[in-house]
Design a protein around this ligand. Structure first.
Ligand SMILES: Nc1ncnc2c1ncn2[C@@H]1O[C@H](COP(=O)(O)OP(=O)(O)OP(=O)(O)O)[C@@H](O)[C@H]1O
Ligand SMILES: [Mg+2]
Length: 315
């Protein structure tokens, strides 16, 4: 049975209207995030990530479309649903002259019902226990980001939404943050994390939606999208016959041919098997090459595809 759906948007749309023009920031967006996923929301600048997150959290009113959190429509149940959710947004404000611990005490006071031992727990989770009594103004950016996550964890949320949390972090800060995000996933939290950094999403997330200009270009498991471009390019004298030999195998996803090649998209490491089948079938294989596209290639292809269709864009 598939895991429970935690976030679902249905044709979610936001148009910002000004006197002169309207900006279509989010355009019929359909995404689905399931329990326990570390879900990357990947898109370049101005693709609508922050606007979408604003709508998920009830900070921005959608122009049209609906949002379900935990299977319930947010139009009617938002305060109750947000109690099960936390957010780490671009600018978390702390009192710089107070310690990390005291900042958490203050945040806990605004939520209510948080025990002091919970503060120790969240400090431990984000790796700030040793620096808990230092003033926040002495914290690095990475430590401040981790303190933001600590505040978001206070109410033990099932869903954590983070908007570009890796922004501005140096490489070691990014690695620490990645480990923290993964550990949240391992604890069974559902994590929704926006980023314009392909490698970050590739290394941190198990699922991804790639967006551009407010539209979803692709979504699925990171592995699925990675394998999507795994092609064998095989040089053969008779591509039609070679294609017939392979076309009914369940691990062959697509086959294309030209005059002297066959291009086979496969689900796993089956190059040797393809070679064996062709040779046994009497085909003289002169060359086999594997090309594996990274998520980055896929992302760039997808962006390229959409920018080649400007007439469809009404932003
Ligand atoms: N309050 C607003 N009024 C008018 N236009 C807005 C407003 N907020 C966002 N936009 C526009 O909506 C589009 C999407 O913006 P958004 O901030 O959601 O993108 P983003 O993917 O978060 O970008 P970034 O990676 O730069 O953070 C942009 O064209 C932006 O200029
Ligand atoms: Mg943004």
């Amino acid at each position: 049975m598939p895991a429970e759906t935690i976030i679902k948007t249905n044709s979610l749309t936001k148009r910002f209207d000004s006197k002169l023009s309207g900006i279509l920031a989010v355009d019929n967006l359909d995404i689905e995030v399931r329990r326990g996923e570390v879900f990357g929301f990947l898109g370049p600048n101005a693709s609508g990530k922050t606007t979408t997150i604003g709508m998920l959290l009830g900070l921005i009113a959608p122009t049209s479309g609906t949002i379900e959190l935990f299977g319930e429509d947010t139009a009617h149940n938002l305060p109750r649903l947000l109690k099960r959710t936390s957010a780490v947004l671009e600018s978390s404000a702390f009192y710089p002259h107070l310690s990390g611990y005291d900042n958490l005490i203050i945040f806990a006071g605004t939520i209510g019902g948080i025990e002091k031992c919970r503060i120790d727990e969240v400090l431990e989770t984000v790796g700030l226990r040793k620096r808990a009594s230092s003033k926040v103004r002495t914290y690095s950016l990475g430590m401040r980001q981790r303190l933001s996550v600590a505040t978001a964890l206070l109410n033990d949320p099932e869903l954590i939404i983070m908007d570009e949390p890796a922004n501005g972090l140096d490489p070691s800060g990014i690695i620490e943050f990645r480990e923290l995000t993964k550990s949240l996933g391992e604890q069974g939290k559902t994590v929704f994390i926006s980023s314009h950094l392909l490698h970050e999403i590739e290394q941190t997330c198990d699922h991804v939606a790639i967006i551009n200009k407010g539209r979803v270009l692709a979504q699925g498991s990171v592995n699925e999208l990675l394998h999507r471009g795994k092609m064998l390019q095989i040089s053969v004298p008779d591509p039609d016959t070679a294609s017939d030999l392979l076309m009914n195998l369940d691990w062959v996803k697509t086959i294309e041919i030209d005059d002297s090649h066959i291009f086979v998209e496969i689900t796993s490491e089956k190059a040797a098997e393809v070679n064996r089948i062709l040779v046994t079938g009497g085909i003289a294989v002169s060359e086999i090459k594997m090309s594996e596209n990274s998520l980055e290639d896929f992302f760039l292809d997808a962006i390229d595809e959409i920018t080649r269709k400007p007439e469809e864009d009404n932003a």
